[in-house]
Design a protein around this ligand. Structure first.
Ligand SMILES: Nc1ncnc2c1ncn2[C@@H]1O[C@H](COP(=O)(O)OP(=O)(O)OP(=O)(O)O)[C@@H](O)[C@H]1O
Ligand SMILES: [Mg+2]
Length: 331
């Protein structure tokens, strides 16, 4: 985590439990991170590690029940979003924080035209007139590479292909020039050219507006290309976070190392994707009391069975949660 400077978003000690018929699932355990304006945070970790749940909780998108945020703070420019009224949250969502989730519940509404879904936040959050909102909607669709944009405003989501719908969602997320964009696997359905185009567009917006971006992906090539910092999640915890070059050049956590090993070349022309790492993901029925990676770890020591390692700074904005990786350079 970089020292000093303003933070647009600060997440502190987040804990989320799902109450299911089969018992509790501790999906997110003591997760903390922060974002500076204009910063891009890449989030990686295997399926079920808590990436989506963490990010959905920031803007009140988790179904509750079964989810319960038991502890923590989510500070958007100092305002704790876990304490705000539903009305204020609606203002934040789509206004100050834009989001693209793959969950169909949070994506496009099938009963409204794309034009309406673009113009509505512009009118609501930005106070635009109908005419101005229409003009801006066309611009936004053009920005994300949708041909014949003016005519397509009248179309419904089902009239767009999967890739086009994804671009429409990105256009909506960007419409109100949010301070923070949360993008959960937003480009996986897109072909490589469009993906590059959208990444470029986001880089521009980040430069122009100082928009910070949280980018969840399994694609380490994209992370290498776009992120300033990388947060690695495992079993509902942050196990490592560091500037992007540190993560690729000096990974400390055995899980991060395993991830990187599964990828032939992160800077290669072909998209590098995370492969499966041997062993089972941890069972999250209680808060961790030992290292959750220990069963899959080659460096397992006695301490790893007794104590869950906390995230500790090892210098250079590099944090790691591993008993074996603090060697020599304390915070
Ligand atoms: N509705 C739910 N009910 C119960 N448990 C849930 C629910 N949604 C998520 N979880 C639990 O939260 C954990 C984290 O899920 P999450 O969707 O955040 O994973 P993820 O890291 O985004 O994975 P992926 O890479 O597959 O998208 C899962 O292991 C799951 O057990
Ligand atoms: Mg997910």
């Amino acid at each position: 985590m970089p020292e000093g400077g303003r933070r647009v978003l600060e997440v502190l000690g987040l804990e989320i439990v799902f109450h299911t018929r089969d018992g509790e699932i501790h999906a997110v355990n003591d997760v903390s991170f922060s974002l500076a304006p204009g910063e891009v945070l890449g989030v990686v970790g295997e399926s079920g590690s808590g990436k989506s749940v963490t990010m959905m909780s920031l803007i009140g998108l988790l179904p509750s029940p079964p989810a319960r945020v038991c502890r923590g703070q989510v500070l958007l420019d100092g305002e704790n979003l876990l304490m705000v009224s539903p009305a204020r949250m609606r203002q934040v969502r789509g206004g100050e924080v834009g989001f693209v989730f793959q969950d169909p519940m949070t994506s496009l509404n099938p009963v409204f035209t794309v034009g309406y879904q673009l113009a509505e936040p512009l009118r609501r959050h930005m106070g635009m007139t109908k005419r101005a909102a229409r003009a801006r909607s066309i611009e936004l669709l053009e920005l994300v590479g949708i041909p014949d944009a003016a005519a397509r405003l009248r179309d419904y989501p089902h009239q767009f292909s999967g890739g086009m719908r994804q671009r429409v969602m990105i256009a909506i997320a960007l419409a109100c020039e949010p301070k923070v964009l949360i993008a959960d696997e937003p480009t996986t359905a897109l072909d490589v050219t469009i993906q590059a185009q959208i990444l470029e567009l986001l880089q521009d917006l980040r430069a122009q507006l100082g928009m910070a971006i949280i980018w969840i992906t399994h694609d380490l090539g994209v992370i290498a290309g776009i992120a300033d910092r990388v947060m690695v999640m495992y079993g509902g915890q942050v196990v490592e976070q560091a500037p992007v070059r540190e993560v690729f050049g000096n990974p400390q956590h055995p899980y991060t190392r395993a991830l990187l090993k599964t990828v032939p070349s992160v800077t290669g022309a072909r998209a590098a994707r995370l492969e499966v790492i041997e062993g089972q993901p941890p069972i999250l029925t209680s808060a961790p009391s030992a290292c959750s990676f220990r069963d899959r770890c080659a460096d397992r020591a006695a301490q790893c069975d007794r104590e869950n390692p906390v995230l500790r700074a090892i210098g250079g904005g590099h944090d790691v949660a591993c008993h074996q990786s603090y060697g020599g350079c304390p915070a």
